[in-house]
Ligand binder design. Structure first.
Ligand code: CIR
Length: 258
């Protein structure tokens, strides 16, 4: 059976300044820019293979983390949201995103100060949204988003966060009731109703996989998670994400899908 969740995606080419992106893992070293570009090419090709028309925004040198376009917006079926990133160095990344979103969405909502919210903290499960209260997303930002959701007939609920960058760093929804959870989220009551795949500690990075229509995109080098997804009958595409991992970026971070 064909599953159509999304038809379009927006990505932004990595800038050379990517090598100075924010990271909690400096021990992994700086990204290799040429390799990051090749990995980005493969990422776009994978989204196209999943059936998406991909709009590619140009690299933006002033903003090292700007290829992580997921954090500056949230796209729902009824409206788009321009966020207000909690990382000071990323605040300027929202400039221009409204104009891009306006090509696809009639209604665009915003997070206003003092609220902060980054898209990496938002997990969509059908008409329900989970919002991680992280160092990047505060209670005010989450409350504003939940109010927007309610106005559009959706539900939103906050999730208390372990010390993890974003909610989707540690858990991601694979559709069909299946949820990937790393150890930090394993005991969360709010997720107990899902068919959970527990990501083993050595593969924590693979808690951020991306379901796009008939495929799940999985970071390469995570055989247990790959096997667990395939055992659920899901078709997989593996992508090498080594250069983005160095600056805490995962598969979902690199695109907006709608
Ligand atoms: C940051 O720290 O903001 C970037 N280096 C990584 C952003 C990853 N985005 C995401 O998880 N949605």
């Amino acid at each position: 059976m064909k599953t159509t969740l999304f038809t379009k995606a927006i990505v932004r080419r990595p800038a050379q300044s990517l090598v100075n992106g924010l990271t909690d893992h400096p021990e992994l070293g700086h990204p290799d820019y040429a390799l990051a570009l090749r990995q980005h090419d493969a990422y776009i090709a994978a989204l196209e293979r999943c059936g998406l028309a991909v709009e590619v925004l140009p690299a933006w040198e002033e903003h090292p983390d700007s290829c992580f376009v997921e954090d500056v917006a949230v796209c729902t079926r009824k409206f788009a949201l321009v966020t207000r990133p909690g990382a000071a160095s990323r605040a300027g990344e929202i400039a221009g995103i409204q104009a891009v979103l306006a090509r696809y969405f009639r209604t665009i909502e915003h997070i206003e100060a003092p609220g902060t919210l980054e898209g990496g903290d938002v997990m969509m499960v059908g008409d329900s949204f989970y919002i991680g209260l992280s160092a990047r997303t505060n209670a005010d930002g989450a409350a504003q988003f939940i109010a927007h959701l309610a106005r559009h007939g959706y539900k939103g609920q906050t999730v208390t966060m372990p010390p993890t960058l974003h909610l989707k760093t540690g858990t991601s929804y694979m559709e069909d009731g299946i949820l990937l959870v790393d150890q930090a989220f394993a005991r969360y009551q709010e997720f107990s109703g899902f068919d959970r795949i527990h990501v083993v500690p050595e593969e924590t990075y693979a808690a951020n996989c991306l379901r796009v229509n008939d495929f799940v995109i999985v970071p390469s080098g995570h055989p247990e998670t790959l096997g667990a997804l395939q055992a659920k009958g899901l078709a997989t595409i593996q992508l090498d994400m080594s250069e983005y991992r160095k600056i805490d970026g995962g598969l979902s971070c690199l695109s907006l899908r709608f």
